[in-house]
Design a binder for this molecule. Structure first.
Ligand code: NAD
Ligand code: HSE
Ligand code: NA
Length: 436
């Protein structure tokens, strides 16, 4: 029987790949415990895959390729979506919500573009939309933002939210391993997206940043609002330049509440490589692990850490959501709805305050430093530290700035590159954290 009265919650699973396969395993192995925790048996009503013939491990009576039929089947209470991508998934989930099914999804790409529409459909039907697995895999992060911190005022969310790029940067930093071989390994381990350029070019992290900023600041932020740079341009020179200063490079998502001098607030959301001191807590986060700091007025600083990618860790978050949905169905309640009441404007990247590390190869003669310093001053950028090392007739000059609008820093670097005394701009990267 497929009704809540019968204490059975029927689940349609869409996608049975890296994550979906683990969801099936855990649902089967932990059926008794899940029933006790949810207050109802949680049973599969169907599993939709692209190629049913490729899944001899699944019960044939459950497997289908007819997703549209499965998501609106009267037999189904909850749709768990683990296919990925935007279309046709968006339409399947809208159809499911309209038909009164709650939805659990790990699909950050979809949520970062269409969560408003999905929340509206969930509201209209009085059903749930849960997506803990969409950001930072196993780590409970969205539930704390949506529920535990709902009474606080969050000012910043910053961290490592993409396992694939963290795996690659960690390996490049520690073993000097090549980029391509490390990416291949990350794909083999099930961390990378179906198209790994989504990871490498920062799209995956930007989608997650949009979701985090939306929840943290009660504002609709979409992926296109997020400034995005991936790791494809991070070179061995960047890592070497970082190393000289006792730093390392991480791809960070940074979502901030920015308050202007006149007190008006805006939201800044960005994803880009960042140099951080080696003694920064994020520097020690290796492999496919994720770590996210949340700063809130009353709570202070919180840190969330754990496995951000991979089949089983992600399935853990999916199962947690599934139990929450099942419980809500059993008692007749609902989980949190969309909270976008603050509707803050999104601040363009050029106006966002950042700090730069600039490593230059310059001519070793009098007046060079003055010319470089003049370029910074010309854009109103204040210098925090300068370090010079001589080698034959050239010198290496490293400048770290104080906070300045990102556009001013960018223009400064453009001007410096044009100076006759500058042989080469070796590395330009944003900086977070103070050296101890
Ligand atoms: N792998 C991870 O570490 C991880 C972590 C967090 C979130 N996610 C998200 O979870 C989702 C699934 O990721 P995955 O790594 O398991 O992907 P995957 O490629 O391993 O699996 C995708 C599944 O979807 C099925 N599918 C694809 N197109 C279909 C169609 N048109 N009709 C029916 N079935 C179709 C495939 O048959 C496959 O079973 C994605 O949204 C991804 O972003 C993945
Ligand atoms: N491809 C993603 C999966 C987890 O969302 C990552 O590497 O982090
Ligand atoms: Na999570």
């Amino acid at each position: 029987m497929s009704t809540v009265d019968g204490r059975v919650i029927k689940v349609a699973l869409l996608g049975c790949g890296t994550v979906g396969g683990e969801v099936v395993r855990l649902l089967t192995e932990q059926a008794e415990e899940l029933a006790a925790r949810a207050g109802a048996r949680v049973e599969l009503a169907g599993i939709a895959v692209r190629r049913p013939d490729k899944h001899p491990e699944l019960p044939p009576e459950l497997v289908t390729s007819d997703v549209a039929k499965l998501v609106t089947s009267p037999d189904v209470d909850v749709v768990v979506e683990l296919v990925g991508g935007i279309e046709p998934v968006r339409q399947w989930l809208l159809d499911a919500l309209k038909a009164g099914k709650s939805v659990v999804t790990a699909n950050k790409a979809l949520l970062a573009e269409h969560s408003a529409e999905l929340f509206e459909a969930a509201d209209a039907a009085g059903v749930d939309l849960y997506f803990e697995a969409a950001v930072a895999g196993a780590i409970p992060l969205l539930r704390p933002l949506r529920e535990s911190l709902a009474g606080d005022r969050i000012t910043r969310v910053m961290g490592i939210v993409n396992g694939t790029t963290n795996y690659i940067l960690s390996a490049m930093d520690s073993t000097g391993a090549g980029y391509a071989e490390t990416l291949e390994e990350a794909s083999r381990l099930g961390y990378a997206e179906a198209d790994p350029t989504a990871d490498v070019d920062g799209y995956d992290a930007a989608s997650k940043a949009a979701i985090l900023a939306s929840l943290a600041f009660h504002t609709r932020v979409t992926a296109s609002d997020v400034h995005r740079e991936g790791i494809a341009d991070v070179t061995a020179s960047d890592l070497a330049a970082a190393n000289v200063l006792g730093r390392t490079v991480k791809l960070l998502a940074i979502c901030e509440r920015v308050t202007a001098d006149d007190g008006t607030e805006s939201v800044s959301a960005r994803v880009h490589p960042v140099m951080i001191p080696r003694n920064h807590q994020l520097a020690g986060v290796g492999g496919a692990y994720n770590a996210v700091y949340v700063e809130a007025d009353a709570a202070g600083e919180l840190m969330f850490y754990g496995q951000g990618a991979g089949g089983a860790p992600t399935a853990s978050a999916v199962l947690g959501d599934l139990v929450a949905v099942a419980r809500n169905r059993v008692v007749g309640g609902r989980g949190p709805r969309e909270s976008a009441h603050a509707a803050l404007p999104v601040r363009p990247m050029g106006q966002t305050p950042t700090r730069y590390h600039v490593s230059l190869d310059v001519a070793d003669r009098a007046g060079v430093l003055a010319q470089v310093a003049q370029a910074f001053a010309g854009h109103g950028v204040s210098i925090a530290a300068v370090r010079q090392r001589d080698a034959n007739d050239t010198a290496s000059l490293v400048v770290v700035t104080h906070l300045a609008p990102d556009a001013a820093l960018r223009s400064t670097v453009d001007d410096i590159a044009e100076l006759d005394v500058v042989n080469q701009v070796v590395s330009v990267m944003r900086v977070e954290g103070e050296d101890q």
